[in-house]
Design a protein. Structure first.
Lengths: 372, 305
């Protein structure tokens, strides 16, 4: 007869196996029921979840408000775009007559390192800044990166400016191209399915790292800094190094998802890295429940899928109700999206699925961090 | 030299608009400690409403229709500001710090798309009501509209300073900014003060919106975004929460931008052109914040009070 503790472990294990099984058949279910277009949307949602989890390290754990997070996504994406496409042949025809075509497995760690380095570069001068000042500096940083990508097509054509870089090599691992239908163990896997599993692996990795970090010494130190930086440093926490580490870890995760994005989409342009995208990722983190991994995943999933759901429902609904299109569906969809953001925050200010600690803090009447 | 003077004039005009909008950000921040992300959209709404009013009153003489439409835009934006605060911010006053930021973003998305539904995606041109004379000053040119913008902006800023420092209402505002609870205990109606603050900021935003669209001759549903971003930058540059800081930051940002755009090509030997104008503004901001972490005129508060 197993005791209560063991029973709990068994139950958790059963739940984990069930979740894994669901995730494994998910692409087939989505493809079969909703169609391939929706599976592509789910793939993008996975990328957004990775981004949101990365930002969660910076904002949720360490409490550093970052409004330029998408810049690291951009760094990762351009890293892969430049090192796995014919583009550089334009700028350096002697050096790279066919462009550069490095393997995904080489570019990925390099992009993560580069993005992490950029994170430290951004973090170092801003260590002294408080909340909202930090927000505006990170916002400025994000815009600077975007403007450079928009304009670095002259005098040397590095980024191809607003047109972006196209014909990026699809991701291929060990000679297995993810852009073609493959047969593995007798199962036919179309390209979108393959990408789904790839993204699932990386999302799982980010979740795992986040979970381990949260429970580690580092994670607890981050949360101490988030709650009260002065008290944390008085307790012997090296706030400078830990804040830099938070920036670096978050940025590296953004760089990884950027690389995956470039390989999946086959095309990158500065348009994908606007301030609105940073804001969107921040919304995912806050709306889901800052600092809570499952909450953030939920937030990312919802905010990535909701606009698409609205896109597919707004037009037919109008036609069913009035027989014609009265309101421009594109703005109506964003209008409803904005209203949803407001309503969720009004009724669940701590996010849809806050962590237990956070909920406990909020339910007490005392608000210790009321600044005068 | 003439180019230099011309860039200074352009910078002053742009800077006074930034300053007016920055005041709205900084007033709200000073009182609630909240970034009112939707403020830029209020500016846009002001511009759009005044344009619609002007086109409705096309038959009237411009001396009647212009002030009337301006008034209408101001009144509309004051209502809008009041409504935004009531719906999106007041219920969240004791919520976690980032919750009102998200509702602010939501309001901003809603207003932008509402404007797109009402006024469409096109650029609207601002009617030319008066002959816009150009004046030559030591080789540089300033026209009537630009002159009016600078003068009006300075008058409004002076008026705001008078209200904040010389009236009962202003004293209440400063008290709430200093310590909300203590002010409440002294009999200040905090909710009323917050509402009035939002309305004053929105009124300034409406005027700024009309100024921008008159100066460029254009209005557009998306115009609030970048303008709001720049004005917010200006407010932070000057030290957010500080009125004089917002004015100084606005004017400085305008000057930096126009001088930067004018000379960046010479400085970098043609490598970077005026398309890097925004980079320049943000770089200066970052540099200032590294050396003065709470802005130019910001108080040196302890990291956590």
């Amino acid at each position: 007869m197993p005791n209560a503790h063991e029973a709990g472990i068994f139950k958790r294990q059963r739940r984990r196996i069930l979740l894994a099984a669901i995730l494994l058949v998910l692409p087939f279910a989505v493809d079969g029921i909703l169609g391939r277009g929706w599976l592509r949307i789910v793939d993008f949602a996975m990328l957004y979840i990775m981004l949101a989890l990365g930002l969660n390290i910076v904002v949720g754990y360490a409490g550093l408000l970052d409004l330029g997070y998408i810049a690291f996504f951009a760094v990762g994406a351009y890293c892969y775009a430049l090192s796995a496409s014919p583009h550089l042949a334009l700028a350096f025809p002697q050096l790279f007559p066919d462009g550069v075509h490095l393997s995904f497995l080489i570019v990925l760690p390099a992009a993560a390192l580069l993005a992490g380095g950029m994170g430290v570069l951004l973090g170092a001068p801003t260590l002294k800044l408080r909340g909202d000042y930090l927000a505006i500096v990170t916002l400025g940083f994000g815009e600077i990166i975007r403007i450079f990508m928009n304009n670095l097509n002259a005098p040397v054509n590095l980024t191809n400016g607003p047109q972006g870089i196209s014909r990026i090599d699809p991701i291929s691992i060990a000679g297995l191209s993810l852009n073609a239908t493959q047969r593995i163990f007798g199962i036919t896997l179309p390209s979108v399915h393959l990408y789904f599993y790839l993204f699932l692996c990386f999302a799982g990795l980010v979740v795992f790292v986040s979970q381990r970090l949260e429970k580690s010494r580092i994670g607890r130190a981050w949360m101490a800094i988030r709650e009260d930086e002065i008290a944390a440093s008085a307790m012997g926490i090296n706030t400078r190094n830990l804040k830099l580490l938070a920036f670096a870890m978050g940025a590296a995760s953004g760089g990884i998802s950027g690389t995956l994005f470039a390989g999946f989409q086959g095309f990158v342009s500065p348009e994908s890295f606007s301030l609105m995208e940073s804001v969107m990722v921040l919304c995912m983190v806050v709306l889901g429940g800052m600092g809570h991994i499952y909450g953030v995943i939920l937030g990312g999933l919802l905010l990535a899928l909701l606009p698409e759901l609205l896109r597919h429902s707004v037009l037919p609904m109008q036609q069913a109700l009035f027989g014609k299109t009265i309101i421009d569906p594109e703005s109506l969809r964003m209008l409803l999206f904005g209203i949803a953001l407001i309503l969720v925050m009004l009724y669940r200010p701590a996010g849809l699925w806050p962590s237990r600690v956070r909920r406990r803090e909020l339910s007490s009447d005392e608000r210790p961090d009321e600044t005068a | 030299m003439e180019i230099f003077l011309q860039q200074i004039i352009n910078g002053l005009v742009q800077g006074s608009v930034y300053a007016l909008v920055a005041l709205g950000y900084t007033m709200v921040y000073g009182i609630l400690g909240l970034i009112n992300f939707a403020h830029g959209e209020v500016v846009m709404m002001g511009a759009m409403v005044s344009l619609s009013a002007l086109s409705l009153m096309a038959g009237l003489p411009p001396l009647v229709s212009l002030p009337l439409s301006l008034l209408l835009a101001v009144a509309f934006c004051m209502l809008l500001g009041y409504g935004i605060e009531r719906i999106a911010y007041r219920p969240l006053r004791h919520a976690p710090r980032l919750a009102p930021l998200i509702t602010a973003i939501g309001v901003s998305i809603v207003l932008q798309n509402l404007a797109m539904l009402i006024w469409g995606r096109d650029y609207h041109s601002f009617p030319q009501l008066f002959a816009n004379h150009a004046h030559r000053m030591a080789g540089a040119i300033i026209n009537d509209i630009q002159l009016a913008i600078v003068v009006a902006a300075f008058l409004m800023m002076a008026g705001l300073m008078l209200v904040v420092h010389r009236t009962r209402l202003g004293r209440a505002m400063r008290a709430v900014a200093e310590n909300q609870h203590a002010a409440q205990l002294m009999g200040v109606d905090v909710n009323r003060v917050v509402s009035v603050t939002f309305m004053m900021g929105s009124a300034l935003a409406a005027v700024a919106g009309v100024m921008v669209s008159a100066n460029y001759g254009l209005a557009h549903y998306y115009m609030g975004f970048l303008l709001g971003l720049k004005a917010f930058t200006a407010a932070v540059l000057g030290g957010i929460g500080n009125l004089r800081g917002a004015m100084l930051g606005g004017l400085l940002l305008g000057l930096i931008e126009s001088l930067g755009a004018g000379y960046i090509g010479d400085i970098t030997g043609g490598f970077m052109g005026s398309q890097y104008q925004d980079v320049f503004a943000f770089l200066v901001l970052i540099a200032v914040l590294i050396f003065r972490p709470s802005g130019l005129l910001g108080e040196r508060l302890a990291e956590r009070a």
